[in-house]
Design a binder for this molecule. Structure first.
Ligand SMILES: [Fe+2]
Length: 421
C-alpha cells in the first residue's frame, strides 16, 4: 500500500475512471492467495464469504449507478439483484445475511464474469460522463464502499481460515511486522473546552461524519499509544475475565455465555495468535487486537482508567499528522512500537461513545440514505482505522460502528483519564 502522502496526491490527479480501475483491481488482488473453496465459506453471521463481497460491491455499482445513469442497461443476471443486495430494503428484497455461505452458485468464475460485465459498462459510462457531478458523487461513494468491503474481506477471511483445523494462512509469506519495544503506558494532557468536530474540507466523507459541530470536552488525558498484548496478558493473568466488578452487566453476561478468557485469536497458552500469516507467536509490544467493547471497557477499569469519548479521540487525532503506522499497513499486522501516537492504521479504537447522529444530521437521499443512518442504535463508535483499512479512509473524522460484543474486527484499546496533570 502507498504512503498517505502518495494517496492524497494520487486522488488529486487520478480521473474518476482511473480511481475506478485502481479500486476494482485492488479487490481482485486480495483473492490471489485464496482457493475458490476459501471464498465460499461463511464462518458466522457477521462474516460474509469473499465471493459475496466481490459480487455485492459490484451489485452496488449496477443498482445505484448503471441502472440510474444508463438508459436501457441490461443486467447480466436478474437473480443477482436479490442475492447481492445487503440491506437496502428500498431497493428490494434480499437473501438473508446468515445464509450467504449457502451460495455455492453462482460460482466464483461467474462472479468474476459479473464484475467484468459491470466494469465494462461502468468504464463506458465514465468515459462518456465522468465529469457529471451527480454521477461522480455516487461513483465516489461506490468506490469508498468497495474499499470498506476490501477491509471486511480481509477481516472475514481471517475468521474463516481461523475456524479451519488446518489453520491455513491467508498469505503464508506475509512478513511479520518489526517488533519494537515500548515505553511504560503514559498519558498526555489533551485539549479541552469547546472544539469543532466532524468532517471538514472538500474531501470525501460519509454522511455520518456530518455536520461539523461543537463538542464540549472536559479536561482529560489521553493515552499516547495503544494497549499492548503484554499489558492485556497481565489483565488475563490477574483474573480480569473472572472479576465481575470490572465488567458492565451486559459484558459480564456475554463473558459467561461465551466462555471468553482471552482475545479472539489467542491460543490457550496465551503465547500464539492466529494472523493473516497463519499461527504466529504473539508480539508482546504490538497492540492487542480482536477484543470486544466489553473487554476494552473492563481492561480500562482494571487499569484505573476509561475509554476516550469519540470526540476526545477525534480532537487528539486531528492535532497529529496522519503519519502513524499506516505507512507500514502493507504488513497487514498492527505494528509494535507505538509509532507517532498510533492513532491511525493499527487497530480500530473502541470509544465510550454510542453511535448516534450528529446534531442536524441528514442522511443521503433515496436508497443510499440506508447506508449509515439506520444503524444509529445500540452500537458503539470505533475510530482510527486498522492495519487492513484502506489508507484512503484514514482521517480524524471517520466513524465506524459495531455492536459491543463483536470481536472479529481488528479492535484495539486506547485509555483516557479525567483531569489534567
Ligand atoms: Fe456494502
Amino acid at each position: 500500500m502507498a504512503a498517505p502522502a502518495d494517496s492524497v496526491h494520487r486522488k488529486a490527479v487520478d480521473s474518476l475512471s482511473a480511481q475506478y480501475t485502481r479500486v476494482r483491481a485492488q479487490s481482485l488482488s486480495l483473492t490471489e492467495t485464496l482457493a475458490p473453496e476459501d471464498t465460499v465459506v461463511q464462518s458466522m453471521p457477521d462474516v460474509s464469504p469473499t465471493k459475496w463481497h466481490l459480487a455485492h460491491v459490484t451489485w452496488f455499482f449496477e443498482r445505484f449507478v448503471l441502472e440510474s445513469f444508463v438508459p436501457g442497461y441490461e443486467r447480466l443476471e436478474d437473480a443477482y439483484d436479490y442475492l447481492f443486495n445487503s440491506y437496502y430494503y428500498t431497493a428490494g428484497q434480499m437473501h438473508a445475511r446468515p445464509k450467504r455461505g449457502l451460495l455455492s452458485r453462482p460460482t466464483l468464475a461467474q462472479v468474476f464474469d459479473y464484475r467484468a460485465h459491470v466494469d465494462e459498462h461502468m468504464q463506458q459510462l465514465l468515459d462518456r460522463r465522468g465529469d457529471d457531478t451527480e454521477l461522480a458523487a455516487v461513483v465516489t461513494l461506490g468506490l469508498n464502499h468497495e474499499q470498506q468491503h476490501q477491509e471486511l474481506l480481509l477481516t472475514d477471511i481471517k475468521h474463516v481460515l481461523s475456524r479451519n483445523p488446518l489453520q491455513p494462512a491467508f498469505d503464508p509469506d506475509l512478513p511479520g511486522a518489526p517488533s519494537q519495544s515500548v515505553d511504560a503506558y503514559a498519558f498526555a494532557n489533551s485539549t479541552s473546552g469547546i472544539r469543532r468536530v466532524g468532517a471538514e474540507g472538500d474531501g470525501f466523507c460519509f454522511d455520518n461524519e456530518t455536520p461539523r459541530h461543537d463538542a464540549i470536552l472536559r479536561d482529560h488525558r489521553i493515552g499516547t499509544r495503544l494497549v499492548t498484548n503484554r499489558e492485556f496478558r497481565e489483565f488475563v493473568k490477574d483474573g480480569g475475565y473472572a472479576d465481575s466488578t470490572l465488567w458492565l452487566s451486559d459484558g459480564w453476561t456475554t463473558v459467561n455465555q461465551e466462555g471468553w478468557g482471552r482475545p479472539l485469536y489467542w491460543s490457550d497458552d496465551l503465547g500464539h495468535e492466529f494472523t493473516l500469516g497463519g499461527l504466529r507467536g504473539i508480539d508482546e509490544h504490538a497492540p492487542v487486537t480482536h477484543v470486544s467493547f466489553y473487554e476494552a471497557d473492563a481492561f480500562a477499569r482494571w487499569a484505573g482508567a476509561r475509554l476516550p469519548t469519540e470526540f476526545e479521540w477525534e480532537t487528539a487525532a486531528a492535532e497529529r499528522p496522519v503519519d502513524g503506522n499506516l505507512l507500514q499497513s502493507g504488513f497487514l499486522h498492527p505494528v509494535s512500537g507505538g509509532g507517532a501516537a498510533q492513532f491511525f492504521g493499527d487497530a480500530w479504537e473502541w470509544t465510550s461513545s454510542p453511535y448516534a447522529p450528529y446534531p442536524g444530521f441528514v442522511p443521503l437521499a433515496g436508497s443510499l440514505g440506508e447506508y449509515n443512518g439506520k444503524f444509529m442504535c445500540n452500537q458503539m463508535t470505533a475510530r482510527g482505522g486498522s492495519c487492513v483499512t484502506s489508507d484512503d479512509h484514514v482521517r480524524a473524522s471517520y466513524r465506524n460502528f459495531f455492536y459491543p460484543h463483536q470481536r472479529w474486527q481488528f479492535f484495539g484499546i486506547r485509555l483516557a483519564k479525567d483531569g489534567h496533570d
